[in-house]
Each structure stands twice: as C-alpha cells, then as structure tokens.
Design a protein. Structure first.
Length: 283
C-alpha cells in the first residue's frame, strides 16, 4: 500500500465532509427529507474528523474518541466511524492501482455495446445491472475522479431515495443479504476469488437483495473488474483482499448496530414505518 501524502489525505477528508451533495438539500421539500440530509452530512463530517485524526496528522486530538468518552456518541458509533475510515482508505488504494484496468474494461465493453446494441440483453439481470453505465464513453480521466464518484453515489443514495414519490427500504432483507455477503468477503480464496457458493445460498442472496433495488454503480463495476484482474495481478489481488476483509468487518459491525432498525418506506417525503409484521406500511 503506497503511503498517502498530506495533501492527498486532506483532499479526501474534504471530499468526505462535503457529502451528501448540496444540490440534494435544495431538492428536499419536507422536514423529514431535510433532517435525513443533515443527519447524513453530520455523520460524514464525523467520518472526516476521524480520517484527519488517523491520516492527516493535523488534529492533535481524536475528536471522535473524545465524543465517545463524553457519551456524545455510542461505542458502536465510534467503531463504525473508525471502520468506515479504514474502508475509505482501502477503497482509495484499490481504485488508485486498478483504475487503468477499469478504464480499459469499460472502453472495451462500451465499444461492444456500440457494435451490438443488445449486448446486455442476453441475460436480463446483467442488462439491468450494467447497461446504464455504458450509455456513454468512460467519463473519468484520473483515479481521483472515479473515487469521488463512488463516494458520491454511496452517500447520496439514501437521500435520493427520500426524494422518490414512494420508495421501500427493506431493512430486514438487506440485513440478511449483508450477512451473506460478509461471509463471502471473509472467506475469499487465496487468488482473491470468491468461494464457490451453494445454489440455495445464491438464491437466498438474490431474494434478500431485492432485485428491483439493484442498480448500476461505479464501485460495483470496479469490484466486478477487480474479480478478474486479481487472477493475474498480485498487487491488485493483495489490495482487493484487504478491501474485502475490511468491508466484512464493517458489515459485521453494521449488522449488529442495525438489529433494532425496522424497515420503512419514503412516501411523498415522509418516512412511513413497517407494521409489526413488516411488509405493509402505514402512516
């Protein structure tokens, strides 16, 4: 893992703290949407402070640890922030070294989609998952541009859900899917490939992810490409495994922290909780 320069580290801290995007706050029309945005921004600012304390060397005190000591945040929250900091570091390191391959793969697939417009139609799932990312040529010149986009997609997504007329957030199913993915990340093979999955496990994962919620993401495509590149590239393989192991730790902590969180839906800018049995939403 190449060391980060102070300027590089500070730039990442500023990016983390700038999310979710300001443009989304302008679109928030209800108090609950605005609270969702502000809570997310506060969380990102805490992650940025944790990042600076760990990597920038500009903060003499660890304000996140101090907030935990004074009872302002829970130990779980402190640990989640620390794990998110580690995850962003591994994500940045992976994108830095894998970017040329990601660019090459995208360009090759894009050219095929231009020659064969129904390139993704052979399998409906792949069409839904990947085709939105290949409507234009590869848009990023530098690894930093791709990294920025991956963080923006991730942090903006829950705010964008709140702006939908109706959007179900199936927390229980996603918690189950996260547990299944965690096991995959924990048990990577030495070559960086995922362990062979039982058909029943694969079917369960597809069901719990909720098909209609799966969309194209630039980091999803990054990980997809890395699965193949790792087979012949030891440097990327090492970083890919490091990222997956850190992600497994984060998922494990996140599952524990979300056990009491119920599913809900966004309906015209308001959060509507599940009923006692789940599946039906009420105002």
């Amino acid at each position: 893992m190449s060391p980060m320069t102070p300027d590089e580290s500070e730039k990442i801290a500023q990016l983390i703290a700038s999310l979710p995007s300001d443009r989304l706050l302008e679109q928030c029309q209800t108090p609950q949407q605005q609270v969702e945005w502000h809570n997310s921004r506060t969380n990102q600012q805490m992650i940025a402070e944790g990042w600076q304390a760990k990597f920038s060397g500009r903060l003499l005190d660890d304000s996140i640890a101090d907030a935990c000591d004074r009872g302002k945040i829970s130990p779980h929250k402190h640990d989640l922030i620390n794990l998110r900091v580690n995850l962003y570091r591994e994500q940045w390191q992976l994108i830095k070294i894998a970017h040329p391959h990601i660019q090459a793969w995208h360009q090759a697939i894009y050219q095929q989609t231009q020659k064969h417009p129904k390139f993704f139609h052979v399998l409906p799932f792949w069409h839904k998952l990947f085709s939105p990312g290949f409507k234009a040529p590869y848009p990023f010149v530098t690894p930093w541009e791709l990294f920025s986009k991956t963080l923006e997609e991730e942090v903006n997504a829950p705010i964008e859900w709140s702006l939908e007329p109706y959007y179900v957030v199936p927390v229980k199913k996603w918690r189950t899917a996260t547990g299944l993915l965690k096991e995959q990340f924990e048990n990577l093979n030495e070559d960086g490939s995922y362990p062979e999955q039982k058909p029943s496990t694969g079917d369960k994962l597809k069901n719990q992810i909720v098909y209609d919620k799966v969309t194209f993401s630039w980091f999803g495509f990054t990980l997809f490409v890395c699965q193949f590149v790792t087979l012949k590239n030891p440097t990327i393989r090492q970083q890919y495994i490091a990222f997956n192991r850190t992600l497994a730790e984060y998922y494990k902590m996140g599952i524990r922290a979300s056990r009491s969180v119920r599913g809900f839906a966004w309906q015209k800018g308001e959060q509507v909780p599940t009923t006692q049995h789940g599946g039906t939403y009420r105002k």
